[in-house]
Write a protein that binds this ligand. Structure first.
Ligand code: CA
Ligand code: CA
Length: 224
């Protein structure tokens, strides 16, 4: 019985129902195994979304850096990357043919990033510190499918494996929130400035999110 308890402690993720209000996740160094799973409030079955996060990283080299993953068993369904050329890539429905946004490079100072997309218009946009950059047309008519897993820190190339240390996230990430609609410019500016009247995130809510730090991960939950 004791052996079973020890075994379970070793293999079960450390889950917390307490949410991450005023906290960030610190990925202090490069690994090929450290990641955090986030349980969404409801299945991601999306024809529009707003995805936001606050990110700081000291990684400046020419490599890809994963910022957000929603992984289906077979494909990356909704991924956000820092690309090798330092543009930011949003990929829907596949890990090829993403849309690239030319933003000022992320740095060790915390940056507020949002991405909005609507299937009905096909308009995709990136927002940095409350400011939108030019719209691009991307994947009009697509639906983001339910049944996947939200992962921070690594890019899976199989359901929850196939990690590559040269693609991992290193730095601090927090306020990862997801809505099933495109928020307005005023709302996104309110998120950046941490206004209290902002719409509660209804797909991923960082303040209340159930999350799991995978055993063996060198991830720390630290104060904002
Ligand atoms: Ca990969
Ligand atoms: Ca992948």
């Amino acid at each position: 019985m004791l052996k079973l308890a020890v075994f379970l402690l070793c293999v079960l993720p450390l889950a917390s129902a307490g949410g991450l209000a005023n906290k960030v996740l610190l990925f202090p160094q490069k690994t090929d195994n450290s990641y955090v799973k986030i349980t969404p409030e409801k299945p991601l079955n999306l024809t529009a979304f707003t995805l936001c996060m606050r990110v700081a990283t000291e990684l400046q080299g020419k490599r890809e850096v994963i910022l957000f993953v929603y992984r289906m068993p077979e494909v990356d369904e909704l991924n956000v990357w820092i690309e090798k050329d330092r543009t930011i890539g949003l990929y829907l429905g596949s890990s090829s043919a993403g849309v690239r946004f030319h933003l000022p490079p992320l740095s060790t100072f915390r940056t507020h990033l949002c991405f909005t997309w609507s299937s009905s218009t096909g308009l995709a946009a990136a927002w940095m510190n409350g400011q939108r950059i030019i719209y691009q047309k991307y994947k009009k008519g697509l639906t983001i499918r339910s049944g996947g897993t939200v992962v921070l820190g690594q890019d899976p190339d199989s359901r929850l494996g196939g990690f590559n240390a040269e693609q991992c996230f290193v730095g601090e990430i927090g306020d990862v929130n997801l809505w099933d609609q495109v928020l307005t410019a005023k709302e996104i500016q309110g998120l950046y400035s941490q206004s209290t009247s902002v719409k509660v995130p209804n797909v991923i809510n960082w303040r209340t999110a159930v999350y799991a730090i995978i055993p063996g991960s060198i991830v720390e939950v630290v104060d904002f």
